[in-house]
Design a protein around this ligand. Structure first.
Ligand code: ADP
Ligand code: MG
Length: 313
């Protein structure tokens, strides 16, 4: 036995002549949260589909819970739970009935099943709505029910494909604390997200996926170390002003779309004054000025040359 919950090597997948996964290598330790971070269309769901045996890869190998996803799909499925971006919830059934359905499909006894349903409804704050049809649930409630349904079979490894995309902040926090509880119980979590903060908050390790390739892998802190440190961000109102400022501040990095200029510095008053004096000297002024300590957004920009633009669903 290995202590890798998920081990992936050289994974490839194309749709027609469009390469979606271009040789992915991953190793997820048991009992940890691994986050696959990337913008829309990066290949996150495709990765999850291959690892959960819903889709066949074109090349490479993947083992989940010690089993080959291509040749031992049944054993893989017995060890995992999957919560998709598009919920498996039956709209016509109540929350309780949806959970009961999962219990009926699992090997647990009727008595044990009843206890599990009650417990899950409580844990996910769904007890009050348990007898209402899922069609009346909010997006956040539906996600929670979907995850609760996944947990009925007590899977060792859980795949969460963008579990909080489009959720309000409160539901997102509830989801985060549920994920933390699961990990505390020893479950391995494979989480995809477009939210840099989410990966930063939850993950032991993060892999950054960009157009089918992993552009970086490490702890959130390791990734942050790969990028420039503290810097000042200046935002201008016109491209002409941005141009002029970029010429004056030679060591800066510009973002033409956001009309911003990033200037490395320690954030101290002395360097800030020098920077502002220099702009003054050329009669330039920024519309917005902020001192910025690096976050995962900067990691993305540094690694891929573009931001991880989040499309709200
Ligand atoms: N079944 C499919 N047929 C053709 N193209 C697909 C299919 N599934 C996904 N794609 C394409 O593969 C790319 C990656 O998709 P996906 O894995 O869903 O990305 P993500 O989940 O990161 O948003 C996208 O360009 C998408 O349009
Ligand atoms: Mg997706």
């Amino acid at each position: 036995m290995t202590d890798s919950a998920i081990a992936v090597s050289g994974l490839r997948k194309a749709f027609g002549d469009k390469t979606v996964l271009d040789g992915i290598d991953l190793d997820v330790r048991e009992g940890t949260v691994f986050s696959l971070l990337g913008p829309n269309g990066a290949g996150k769901t495709t990765t999850v589909n291959v690892l959960t045996t819903l889709m066949k890869a074109d090349g490479g190998t993947a083992r989940v819970a010690g089993h080959d996803v291509a040749t031992e799909a049944k054993a893989v499925r017995a060890a995992i739970g999957v919560t998709g971006q598009f919920a498996a919830v039956d709209e016509l059934l109540t929350g309780q009935e949806n959970l009961q359905l999962m219990v009926d499909l699992s090997p647990v006894s009727a008595k044990e099943g009843k206890r599990i349903v009650t417990e899950l409804l409580e844990r996910f704050e769904l007890t009050e709505s348990a007898k209402k049809p899922a069609s009346t649930y909010s997006g956040g409630m539906r996600r929670k029910l979907d995850l609760a349904m996944t947990l009925v079979g007590e899977p060792r490894i859980i795949f969460l494909d963008e579990p909080t995309t489009g959720l309000d902040p409160r539901s997102r926090r509830t989801m985060w604390s549920i994920i933390r509880e699961l990990v505390a119980e020893g479950t391995t979590v494979f989480l995809t997200t477009q939210y840099l903060e989410e990966a930063d908050q939850l993950a032991d390790r993060v892999a950054v996926l960009d157009q089918g390739r992993l552009v970086a892998q490490g702890t959130p802190d390791e990734l942050k170390r790969q990028i420039p440190g503290t810097h000042v961000r200046l935002r201008f109102t016109t491209a002409a002003e941005l141009d002029a400022a970029a010429r004056v501040l030679a060591d800066s990095a510009r973002d033409d779309e956001a009309l911003t200029l990033r200037v490395a510095g320690d954030g101290g008053t002395r360097s800030l004054r020098a920077l502002l004096d220099r702009l003054d000297e050329y009669s330039l002024s920024a519309e917005e000025f902020s001192v910025h300590t690096p976050d995962l957004d900067d990691v993305f920009l540094a690694l891929t040359g573009h931001t991880a633009e989040v499309e709200a669903k």
